[in-house]
Design a protein around this ligand. Structure first.
Ligand code: SAM
Length: 388
């Protein structure tokens, strides 16, 4: 959660745990995925509304190709319905293994009598072997799992035989057109020889501006996607790059004193704002690049937040700028999704948030602005009815 109060408790945001590992190692830290699994276990049900919203978007736009950016462990993705829709699916996240973990935890469900069902073995899925290399059709057409099924003990139910096929396409890549990852890769070297936290912030700020010249894209082809989803991703954009910077700086300088932290606050705010705004702009560019003419982007993010210590709503930092940036890239569409789904209040204990979710329409003729990439096209999509 970001955008919180003016005073920060000591050592919050200044590298609580000191690291000096490289960016890729940091992102792939062994406990990151474990945290995601834990989040999947605890929070899957609280993401129900997000899944319903994305399902509405799928039903309304009937995409042949969907790309879920920032897919994580698929908490907010109606994965089963997407599979049944017959759409070809791209899942993108930069945390190694997150998506495969999410898939692994999503494909087997137990019914009320405890019998396992595999979402790939459902009769509406016409090509299960595209999803699982070990799929072996069962002798009975009503079987809910295939002949290869081997149950892994424990919850949630999983299949030991599952091996990902050509679908979905999984990309462990940066969804900010290379900005966030490049900042992460460069910052450790940038901090070489720093003598003070002020100097560290000044260098990080200079890097955040310089990285703007660096540009890559995901391995999704230009103008190939009818529905892009960006669910609860943009307000997180500064999180990992900033955390990594602060951990690296703490590794070189030690943690700042409480007095120092107060003095550094304006620099911290400026750096986070820069990281966020630039990544939102790059994210929009990447979405525009992959979006097919006539395509839509489903976007959702936390706009307002309230915490028990300060019981008035505050605008999540950077989100006003984000809306402005989004508006410069896309046309807002508030008519396709149900009105009451577009602004929802979420309550978690004493904290609450207002989450905005809506569709963005492609501005005709603007696809493919970023570097062109030629990739193998996704297999042709089948297109039966979406089922919830
Ligand atoms: C709050 S989670 C969104 C929920 C997620 N869709 C799920 O269902 O678990 C934000 C996700 O965006 C990913 N993310 C953030 N910045 C990213 C970037 N620059 N490139 C790729 N993924 C990013 C994070 O790793 C995280 O998995």
């Amino acid at each position: 959660m970001r955008g919180e109060p003016d005073e920060i408790p000591q050592n919050q945001g200044f590298g609580g745990g000191i690291v000096s590992v490289g960016w890729n190692e940091y992102l792939g830290a062994s406990d990151t995925c474990a945290k995601y699994c834990e989040c999947h276990r605890r929070c899957k049900s609280s993401f129900e509304e997000h899944r319903r919203n994305i399902l509405h978007a799928v039903e309304a736009t009937k995409p042949k190709v969907v790309a879920c950016l920032g897919a994580g462990v698929l908490n907010d993705i109606p994965y089963e319905s997407m599979i049944r829709s017959g759409a070809s699916i791209h899942l993108v996240d930069w945390i190694p293994d997150s998506i495969d973990t999410g898939i692994d935890l999503s494909i087997i469900q137990n019914d009320e009598s405890g019998q396992p069902h595999c979402i790939y073995c459902h009769p509406t899925v016409t090509c299960p072997q595209a999803y699982c290399r070990n799929y072996r059709s069962s002798s009975t057409s009503a079987a809910a799992v295939c002949r290869s099924f081997v149950s892994i003990p424990g919850a949630p139910p999983r299949c030991a035989a599952y091996e990902r096929g050509d679908q979905p396409r999984v990309h462990y890549e940066d969804v900010t057109a290379g900005y966030g990852a490049e900042f992460g890769r460069e910052i450790l070297a940038e901090l070489h020889g720093v003598r003070s936290w002020r100097q560290a912030f000044v260098r990080a700020q200079a890097l955040a501006n310089r990285v703007d010249h660096h540009r890559t894209c995901t391995t999704i082809a230009d103008a190939s996607v009818q529905l892009v989803t960006s669910s609860m991703v943009i307000s997180q954009f500064d999180h990992e790059p900033y955390q990594y910077f602060s951990h690296c700086a703490a590794g070189r300088l030690g943690l700042p004193t409480a007095k120092e932290e107060k003095r550094l606050l304006p620099l911290m705010k400026l750096l986070r704002e820069t990281l966020l705004a630039k990544q939102v702009a790059r994210h929009c560019e990447e979405i525009k690049r992959i979006l097919a003419p006539g395509g839509y982007c489903y976007i959702s993010f936390e706009m307002f937040h309230v915490v028990p210590e300060k019981p008035q709503w505050f605008l999540v930092e950077g989100m006003a700028t984000a809306l402005d940036v989004i508006g410069r890239h896309f046309v807002f569409d508030f008519d396709i999704l149900p009105q009451d789904q577009q602004m929802r209040r979420f309550q978690t204990g004493d904290t609450a948030s207002l989450v905005f979710s809506f569709l963005l329409a492609h501005r005709s003729g603007s696809a493919g602005a970023s570097p062109a990439r030629s990739v193998e096209p996704c297999p042709p999509a089948r297109h039966p009815q979406v089922q919830g």
